[in-house]
Design a binder for this molecule. Sequence first.
Ligand SMILES: Cc1cc2nc3c(=O)[nH]c(=O)nc-3n(C[C@H](O)[C@H](O)[C@H](O)COP(=O)(O)O)c2cc1C
Length: 325
Amino acid sequence: MFSIGTLKLKYPIILAPLAGITDLPYRLFNRQFGCELAFTEMINSQSLAYRSNATFKMLEHPKEDSPLGLQLVAKDPDYLERSLDIAASYKFEIIDFNAGCPQKKVTGTGRGAALLQEPQKLCQLLKIITKKAKVPVTAKVRIGWNSSSDHVGIAKAVEDAGCDAVFIHGRTRDQFYGKGVNYDKIREMKEAISIPVIGSGDVLDHDSAKEMLEQAKVDGLLVARGSIGNPWIFKELETLFDKKKKFTRPDPSALIKTMKEHLFIHCQYHGSKRGVLSFRKFFHAYTFGFKDIRKTRRIIDKISSYEKMLEVCDSLEGSEYAIKA
Ligand SMILES: Cc1cc2nc3c(=O)[nH]c(=O)nc-3n(C[C@H](O)[C@H](O)[C@H](O)COP(=O)(O)O)c2cc1C
């Protein structure tokens, strides 16, 4: 059992917030494969405070989509408070605060990873949430803005604010999503605080997750890009926590079947036209191991009909596939 405040999970394996990816169908689909706790995509407090319809849609979820965390990004205390009031009428089991987004449009306005340069401001914003929220509160940070940031100070600011856990992405803002997750810095942050630390960064399969656990000594794992086109990752990572569990990778036929099921639920939610277009990235990810897939991907990138996309999925049956050991 793993706890974040009052929330109990069977395994410390969590689906990360991923803008443009972890929408309602994505979360529901991954839950069928063992994902227990998931997060919304990053929600801008200001848009929520202004009651934007598009933002409301991102908050809606049925009870099957739980436990679910709401992730907010903010820099203004007033908008943050107002967004918390509005979000209170939706049922979330956790509130997470984003202090890790590296995108210029976010950091340029002092939000996301920009707050890593101001641990005191970060702490003040987090205190607004911990004071108001009736559910556990977490923060998602990086190891710093750049390699000279005070990474330990960032971890302490999160703990001082009264958060129940912290997600630490082992890259600096300068690194964006590039190579080189720094396990040492995550471990140093973990050693400086006593709340649970969940490690993020290249948690892609059994071996990379094991490395995160052993090198960074974290309490839990955050699965991000490793889930895209690979909902089986949750079962794979469970074997790290329960030695009795066995994991076998799906064969190509099972993979194609899963991809079609995902396409269905995705298009049901987004409508077939928009759904087919936004599913392309998932098709690319699912077909990673297929031989000579480039030509098929080029076809997929021109398709806008659901039926055509299904046909292309079916055409992969019998293709050569390099199954990872
Ligand atoms: C497409 C994409 C969207 C992301 N969106 C968010 C987000 O909305 N909120 C957030 O805190 N992190 C976001 N992240 C960061 C991930 O949650 C995660 O920390 C990061 O990708 C490192 O993990 P990985 O190397 O295993 O992918 C995003 C990452 C990617 C690649």
